[in-house]
Design a protein. Structure first.
Length: 202
């Protein structure tokens, strides 16, 4: 076999060999399970913060930051309750795709659990907001976890997207913090009566 022919065959085979290597590496060394968690201290009472994560209007208000990244981003409530367990929201974004979000458990004002299913695949992810009163206000911890199954491509995607998800969590928590600490801003946004900040009304 001539040298040119060997090089040509090598060029053809190399991408498949690399794909096989990545697939094997993904299956053997990358966990199918992933978990992301971020937290922030908010100078507001737990009830004021919980209102933002338990209601459809609250989600629409604090997720408005996403429009800076993608003007097409939208979030709307579907038929059913507009707060608490069973509340269903629909996300749509030309950049990130769509998703359906359902509140699976609400224990005001301490914890809210949800399940989100992305349009891109049928593997759901589970998330939670945990609120704990502490000196200076409320510690808000936002977490998500999921299982990418046996598909090595999904496992590599989870690894690659971790930093992006953490950045989105930080932006979301910053938005929650701003609205909870400045109730007048939210009142101007949606016409709702402002909830008390930490220490007010006590």
């Amino acid at each position: 076999m001539s040298r040119k022919k060997k090089v040509f065959i090598g060029v053809l085979v190399a991408p498949f060999a690399l794909a096989a290597l990545l697939a094997v590496t993904g299956l053997l060394f990358l966990s199918s399970q992933w978990h992301v968690e971020r937290s922030a201290l908010v100078a507001a009472e737990p009830a004021a913060v919980f209102e933002l994560v338990e209601t459809a209007d609250g989600w629409a208000a604090w997720t408005a930051w996403a429009k800076e990244d993608d003007p097409s981003h939208s979030i709307v409530a579907k038929d059913g309750p507009v707060r608490g367990e069973g509340m269903t929201l629909r996300y749509d974004s030309e950049k990130w795709g769509g998703a359906t979000f359902v509140v699976t458990k609400s224990a005001s004002p301490e914890r809210l659990d949800y399940r989100m299913t992305l349009d891109a695949h049928e593997l759901p992810l589970d998330g939670a907001f945990v609120l704990a009163a502490e000196e200076g206000g409320t510690r808000v911890t936002w977490s998500e976890k999921g299982d990418m199954g046996s598909n090595p491509l999904y496992r590599w995607m989870a690894l690659a997207c971790r930093g992006m998800v953490e950045e989105h969590f930080d932006k979301g928590l910053a938005s929650i913090k701003r609205l909870a600490e400045n109730p007048a801003e939210r009142a101007d946004r949606d016409g709702a009566a402002p909830a008390p900040a930490a220490g007010e009304g006590s």
